[in-house]
Design a protein around this ligand. Structure first.
Ligand SMILES: NC(=O)c1ccc[n+]([C@@H]2O[C@H](COP(=O)([O-])OP(=O)(O)OC[C@H]3O[C@@H](n4cnc5c(N)ncnc54)[C@H](O)[C@@H]3O)[C@@H](O)[C@H]2O)c1
Length: 432
């Protein structure tokens, strides 16, 4: 097959559509493995930054982009015609939910509308965006066939779920095993060969649907287990127990137990959204995912529990929430990153403000965020400043650059939702 030869010789041109947290590291990986890469994003500002050698993704240093630009192994454009010569195109565009919590696959549709204009024989298209089982066939393969090409013969179509974990210092694109499922055996083979050239371990499954389902199983597994431990936290709170001590002790069992931790809710572009993609599709088969609905309900209500608990903590100290000064420490959805998508800390901020609290935030990775039409700027953390808050809430765990010792020494009252003060017993610390 002509395409396989090109991949094998490293002469295949790789196009990446969508240069975000997933697409940009992937583009760099392909370019560093010797492929010529053309990255396309509809956001002209992002493309402008990349072309001037600047990265906006924390895990991709600007020097990496500058080096690849200099070597002419990579180029960026906001116009799909720039990748008309591509032999392989990976699509990594957003897959959010609509307000109604139904999947919004419009980004995949519009990416494919553009790819259709540059379709040609011997092209491999791989969808990377997390989505419901059936998407690759419905939105990619069908379109290819409607354009007059035969899938598996002229054009090769596959799905490969992205597992990138932003901020993870150990696992990145290259050393995270990658699952591949094609529409036909030849589609799987083509995608397998391409990804094997850049990823250490590639696993084949039997179909695009199976590959789509793999990602949904992984993320539903996390969402459900986090919900279980969140419910345990609510129960321990009611029964006057410390959930963290319970988890730590349970984790000493060397088999059959896996630790998950409670918190003020779940965030990011994956765990809060992906299970809903699955339950939405399952309903078409008259199947109702009770675990998913329950997990969505429990996890989604955690910010309200945090609000309730803050009110109780302040009450113990004879302070009304209305007018209290509250500092949130960490607003990104997890430590050491700047990603605010679906972050529960933003919901906690909103709920506290609604109740009349004066809310501030500190996060070394986030300068500001928008809430409605308001821009909220982060504050500095100083010993004198800390004394002025009625309550400091630890909303993300062990973020680099946060001086937890300083908070412990100078804050009057702390609500630790992430067990940042593991094992520290002290009257001023309240736990989830
Ligand atoms: N962020 C993660 O940790 C992560 C992990 C695994 C999987 N995923 C999945 O990967 C997909 C992408 O996520 P992300 O975090 O990279 O999103 P992102 O928002 O960081 O990046 C997506 C990029 O696509 C661009 N875009 C939108 N429409 C486009 C179009 N029609 N053509 C070209 N570019 C377009 C946007 O401008 C943006 O730069 C999602 O389906 C997500 O669920 C994300």
């Amino acid at each position: 097959m002509k395409l396989l030869e090109k991949i094998k010789s490293g002469k295949a041109i790789v196009g990446i559509a969508g240069l975000g947290y997933v697409g940009l590291p992937l583009a760099c990986e392909f370019a560093e493995s010797g492929f010529h890469v053309i990255g396309v994003d509809i956001c002209s500002e992002k493309v402008r930054q990349l072309n001037s050698g600047k990265s906006y993704v924390l895990d991709v240093p600007s020097e990496r982009i500058a080096r690849l630009l200099k070597s002419k192994k990579i180029s960026f454009s906001d116009d799909y015609s720039a990748m008309s010569s591509a032999d392989c195109i990976s699509i990594a565009v957003p897959t959010p939910l609509r307000k109604s919590k139904d999947p919004d696959v419009s980004y995949i549709v519009s990416a494919m509308d553009e790819v259709k204009k540059i379709l040609h024989k011997n092209l491999l298209i791989v969808l990377e965006s997390t989505t419901y089982p059936g998407t690759t066939k419905e939105l990619i393969a069908n379109e290819v066939e409607l354009a007059g090409f035969t899938v598996g013969k002229d054009v090769f179509v596959a799905f490969s779920p992205e597992r990138v974990d932003p901020g993870n210092p150990e696992y990145h694109t290259k050393n995270t095993p990658k699952v591949i499922g094609g529409c036909t055996a030849s589609c799987t083979e083509a995608a397998f060969r391409l990804y094997s050239a850049v990823i250490d371990c590639v696993i084949k499954v039997d179909s695009t649907e199976e590959a789509e389902m793999v990602k949904l199983l992984e993320n539903t597994f996390r969402a459900v287990n986090i919900a279980l431990v969140n419910e345990m936290a609510l129960m321990c709170d009611r029964m006057g127990m410390n959930i963290w001590n319970v988890i730590d002790a349970a984790a000493t069992k060397p088999f059959g137990f896996m630790t998950f931790y409670p918190g003020p809710g779940i965030g990011g572009h994956c765990i809060p959204l992906d299970p809903s993609y699955l339950s939405w599709k399952a309903k078409m088969f008259d199947f109702y995912n009770r675990f998913i609905e329950l997990a969505t309900d429990i996890n989604g209500n955690m910010p309200r529990f945090v609000l309730q608990k803050i009110t109780r903590i302040l009450n113990i100290h004879k302070k009304p929430l209305n007018g209290s000064r509250v500092l949130l420490t960490g607003v990104a959805y997890k430590p050491d990153i700047d990603d605010l998508r679906e972050s529960p800390a933003l919901e906690v901020y909103r709920l506290l403000s609604e109740e009349g609290a004066e809310v501030y935030f500190y996060d070394p990775f986030v300068k500001s965020f928008a809430i409605g039409d308001q821009t909220v700027k982060g504050v500095k953390m100083t010993p004198a400043g800390l004394k002025k808050y009625d309550l400091v809430v630890i909303t993300t765990k062990h973020t680099r650059g946060v001086d937890y010792g300083m908070i412990l020494e100078h804050a009057g009252l702390i609500f630790d939702t992430r067990n940042a003060y593991q094992g520290v017993r002290c009257d001023k610390i309240h736990n989830l």
